[in-house]
Design a protein around this ligand. Structure first.
Ligand code: NAD
Length: 336
């Protein structure tokens, strides 16, 4: 089994090499998979991709023609891959679920605390020897209401952490979990009720047809004026244009996110030398003081990277031995 790892970042290569244990011939490329880089997979049985890679219909067609039989994702989300087409082409796909829901939930909490307590502003002021507190007013999380949209692996850890802060927890999910009701007293409500009653709304749904622009103009209007919106799910769960308008009109108080709807081709690269980016919408978003953006880094913890690497080679091992991986993906309706 020969494996080509697309979008290989320097910091993850040692974890992948350790997990491989020299069992397989592995080549790393920093290039993202797309219709122009697909040719690099010629001669490989399997490829590994990340969330910024493009495994849409035309790319999958090329991969099939080049003889690629397996794709293992180093991410939990798989909205960037056309699962149905891959199945039709006989390409097996597996993701890396559950590699560390803690890494993502903890990052969501870091974003929330940093936004609420103005940590980034405070730090940059103090570095310029400005020790005033005039623009650093936040609020206690204790006794506030947190709305968790999508209470799966990551959302459940978020519920546990926010319960620890003394928050009331409202949740919206397709399938309520009785254990979470028992352990953290969470109440399942419809999205509208969650949005109107929450001081903090945090998103943990996958990106699907149903969740694309789940938070749009109407939903933003429904939120409390002082509410904070946190997104560690996928950028396109929120309509950025509507969000910018809502922030400008003070319909919500702030947005902290690890993801952006048009991050493909932009994130995971250093554009600082040119000092510019072409995405005017992102520039406008970043110009707003109540916005905090991190570069899709929630998974960048030692534990998460080690687990992603182990899961990657578990998937490869299964396929090399002619077995099915427990992480293989089915026929869900997904956006590709
Ligand atoms: P999960 O499948 O365990 O949980 C998702 C939950 O969302 C499920 O409980 C599901 O029932 C619910 N859901 C699905 N559609 C819904 C809808 N329309 N309305 C309400 N609830 C809905 O997934 P997870 O492991 O918790 O991950 C969630 C998402 O987080 C991933 O799909 C991925 O996009 C994102 N993620 C981001 C990062 C990052 O680095 N920022 C890392 C990992 C995962």
């Amino acid at each position: 089994m020969k494996l080509l790892v697309y979008s290989a970042k320097k910091f993850e290569v040692p974890f992948l090499e350790r997990a491989n244990k020299n069992n397989y011939h592995v080549v790393f490329t920093h290039n993202a998979l797309d219709s122009e880089t697909a040719y690099q997979a010629v001669g490989f049985d399997a490829i590994s991709i990340f969330s910024g890679d493009d495994a849409s219909l035309t790319v999958l067609e090329k991969l099939r023609d080049f003889g690629v039989k397996y794709i293992t994702l180093r991410s939990a989300g798989y909205n960037n891959i056309h699962v149905k087409c891959a199945k039709r082409f006989g390409i097996k796909i597996a993701n890396a679920p559950d590699y560390s829901p803690y890494a993502i939930a903890e990052h969501a909490v870091a974003l929330l605390l940093a936004l609420n307590r103005k940590i980034v502003v405070a730090s940059s002021q103090v570095h310029q020897y400005n020790f005033l507190q005039d623009n650093l007013l936040g609020f206690d999380l204790n006794k506030k209401t947190v709305g968790i949209v999508g209470v799966g692996r990551i959302g459940a850890i978020m519920a546990k952490i926010m319960h620890g802060f003394g928050c009331t927890i409202l949740s919206n999910d397709l399938a309520p979990d009785p254990l979470l009701i028992k352990d953290y007293g969470i109440q399942y409500v419809d999205l509208e009720e969650l949005l109107t009653k929450s001081d903090i709304v945090t998103l943990h749904v996958p990106l699907t047809h149903d969740t694309h622009y789940l938070i749009d103009e109407i939903q933003l209007k429904a939120m409390k004026k002082g509410a904070l919106l946190i997104n560690t799910a996928r950028g396109a769960v929120v309509n950025t244009k509507a969000l910018i308008n809502a922030l400008k009109k003070n319909e919500i108080a702030g947005y902290a996110t690890d993801v952006y709807e048009k991050e493909k081709g932009l994130f995971f690269k250093d554009h600082s030398a040119s000092g510019d980016i072409k995405d005017h919408q992102l520039k406008e978003l970043l110009s707003l003081h109540a916005v905090l953006l991190t570069p899709h880094q929630a998974f960048v913890t030692k534990e998460a990277l080690a687990n992603i690497a182990d899961i990657t080679f578990y998937n490869i091992d299964c396929w090399a031995k002619g077995k099915e991986s427990k992480n293989e993906l089915g026929y869900e309706t997904l956006i590709s």
